[in-house]
Write a protein of this length. Structure first.
Lengths: 304, 312
């Protein structure tokens, strides 16, 4: 027995040491890695290409050398963008809008989810389904009536909201609140009833039950919802494109596209740098909180 | 169940409150507290989602200056325009083929990730989900640059294989392919993550039993994996169908509807007419055509939710 193994090892063919099933598995594993590598390349080419281009000077880009390699790496694009007042303004607007929207979203959706998950009242089941349905209404259906509504509102009251960055604080919650409420209902509903019953018996009010029991226990869900709200408000493109036009009111995605693309002159080095800086905050959050990110992603469709 | 448990507390709270005022007692009641907690949500959804949705129905019946009621005039006008039918066709091609490929790629990749040893899965999953994390407006810029007519990195690479320069965004059919490709790139990771989560919940015993019975890989997928994943496949596809049908960012940045309006979908065409062309009623009419597909998907999703609600 042992001798056959030795002979097999010396032979050029594969050793017949394994049974056929584990050999199949070894091959399946190899193919898996091969295709995963292909798909990973497909996934990572655009972001890597952003990085490569952002390190090139305009001269190197227009010289049309090998596009996949940087021959003279330079940080000039980064320095130019990060010191430009305009870009800092975009970044500030984006950060401001996202942070305030996350706060508003949490203040609205956590109490609402608590009420819908635990305090059954007339119409609560219908309302929960309604919340979910509003999540399905896309922004592309609402932007025209909303635009007209805010224009009319401006005419009536004299409060101009079109072309002000803070109009986004009113509109973004329509994208974030339904989904966050929905996943928080799921998380709250999974908390055992005995916990809040014990709190109530000990004399806690509803508000105390929420802040002392539900929020700490459902913290992973809360983090997932926060991440979701932040990424959605950071990435939103249609609403700022419709509602803001002056360069000092723009948020990052729209700012990069409308100011860095001037007519037919595409300064690709700077555009890619801007795009990479715009993609950085969600990517950084994702890198550190991947598990929460994925939990939020899957909770939306699997929690019912 | 809940009401019964909390009854003593309610009675205790109502006792001293009676002496003070009716309002105070009402505030202490559970349903009032619950209503107040959901009030901001109801106000937000009512004013900024439900009202505009119906308002756009009203807008669609006005003329361009929004002073005269024209009934279905806008729709009659749209039906006579060739571009409208082009948009309908392209929206359907775009949404159906993109969702199909996203689902297919997501399914395949989820299997590969599931196949490899558990300790390496996290790393691969992390890499494969990157397209979903980058804001689509930003990643589409990278694709636009990869497709650039004169400096395309793809054409540079393909030229080594003797494949001539491809007009990625210049030719109508290639442009259609490009917007679908970018959408598949962006959306496939979502399917992958969902399918992976549901693959992990399929009990291993089923596969072991099938292996003992001599089932091949195709039979294992057809008779075990697909039936076990049916629910998640259905709901993910419906979700994605809605989002893809209503897509705006990718088409807007990559082709802006060109060449010759061949890649316009409802959202980008509504934006072109309603905001850029300042014909708000006509734009609203165009975007209303997204409602049928939304309604169909919503009915199916609701049925699924109710079914699962009854099971639990």
């Amino acid at each position: 027995m042992a001798s056959t193994v030795v002979i097999d090892k010396a032979a050029p063919t594969r050793p017949v040491k394994y049974g056929s099933m584990s050999r199949d598995r070894a091959w399946a594993l190899r193919w898996s890695y091969f295709f995963l590598t292909l798909f990973a390349i497909f996934s990572l080419v655009p972001p890597l290409y952003m990085l490569i281009t952002s390190l090139k000077s305009s001269a190197e880009i227009s010289a049309a050398t090998n596009p996949w390699w940087v021959f003279h790496p330079t940080l000039a694009n980064y320095v130019q963008l990060l010191t430009s007042n305009q870009f800092q303004r975009f970044f500030f607007n984006s950060a401001m809008v996202s942070i305030v929207v996350v706060t508003i979203t949490m203040l609205i959706s956590v109490p609402a989810a608590f009420a819908l998950a635990r305090m059954r009242f007339w119409g609560s089941a219908t309302l929960a389904t309604g919340v979910f349905l509003t999540y399905l209404i896309p922004d592309t259906l609402l932007f025209i009536p909303l635009f007209k509504m805010f224009a009319t509102f401006g005419d009536w009251t004299g409060i101009q909201l079109i072309n002000r960055w803070y109009v986004l604080l009113l509109i973004y919650p329509t994208l974030t609140v339904p989904f966050c409420t929905w996943i928080m209902i799921g998380y709250f509903a999974s908390i055992p009833k005995e916990l809040d019953e014990a709190a109530i018996i000990d004399g806690a009010s509803w508000f105390q039950t929420l802040t002392r029991i539900f929020i700490p226990v459902a913290l992973p869900g809360l983090i997932a919802a926060t991440i979701f709200a932040f990424t959605v408000s950071w990435a939103q493109f249609l609403y700022p494109l419709v509602f803001t036009t002056s360069t000092d009111q723009l948020v990052l995605p729209v700012g990069i596209i409308t100011t860095l693309i001037k007519g037919d002159v595409f300064n690709w080095g700077q555009i890619m740098t801007g795009a990479l800086l715009g993609a950085a905050p969600p990517l950084i959050i994702y890198a550190f909180l991947m598990d929460y990110y994925i939990a939020g992603l899957t909770a939306g469709a699997t929690k019912g | 169940m809940v009401d019964v448990t909390f009854q003593p507390n309610n009675v205790a709270a109502a006792g001293p409150a009676k002496k003070r005022s009716g309002l105070h007692a009402a505030l202490k009641r559970k349903s009032t507290a619950a209503f107040l907690m959901t009030l901001p949500l109801i106000v937000l959804i009512g004013i900024l989602v439900v009202y505009p949705a119906f308002y756009s129905l009203h807008l669609a019946t006005l003329n361009k200056s929004m002073q005269r009621f024209v009934g279905l005039g806008n729709f009659q006008f749209l039906f006579k325009r060739e571009t409208f039918w082009l948009v309908v066709q392209q929206s359907c091609i775009f949404a159906i083929s993109a969702v199909l490929f996203k689902a297919l790629i997501g399914f395949i990749v989820a299997h590969f990730v599931h196949n490899i040893p558990a300790k390496g899965q996290r790393k691969w999953r992390g890499m494969l989900l990157v397209p979903w994390v980058i804001p689509p407006a930003m990643s589409t810029l990278a694709w636009l640059w990869l497709f650039d007519p004169s400096y395309s990195a793809f054409n540079y690479t393909l030229s080594f294989f003797g494949i001539g320069p491809i007009p990625w965004t210049g030719d109508p059919n290639w442009a259609r392919f490009s917007v679908i490709l970018v959408n598949v790139w962006y959306g496939a990771p979502f399917f992958m993550i969902m399918y992976l989560a549901s693959l992990k919940s399929v009990p291993d015993q089923l596969y072991e039993a099938a292996a003992i019975d001599g089932a091949n890989w195709w039979q294992r997928i057809w008779y075990i994996t697909l039936p076990m994943m049916r629910n998640i496949i259905a709901i993910t596809t419906l979700f994605s169908l809605i989002v893809t049908f209503a897509n705006f960012d990718i088409v807007r940045i990559l082709t802006a509807g060109g060449p010759l309006d061949h890649t316009h979908i409802f959202a980008t065409w509504a934006f072109r007419i309603g905001i850029e062309g300042s014909d708000i009623p006509l734009g609203a009419s165009v975007s209303l055509f997204m409602i049928p597909i939304l309604a169909i998907a919503a009915i199916f999703i609701l049925r699924d939710i109710n079914k699962r609600g009854n099971e639990s």
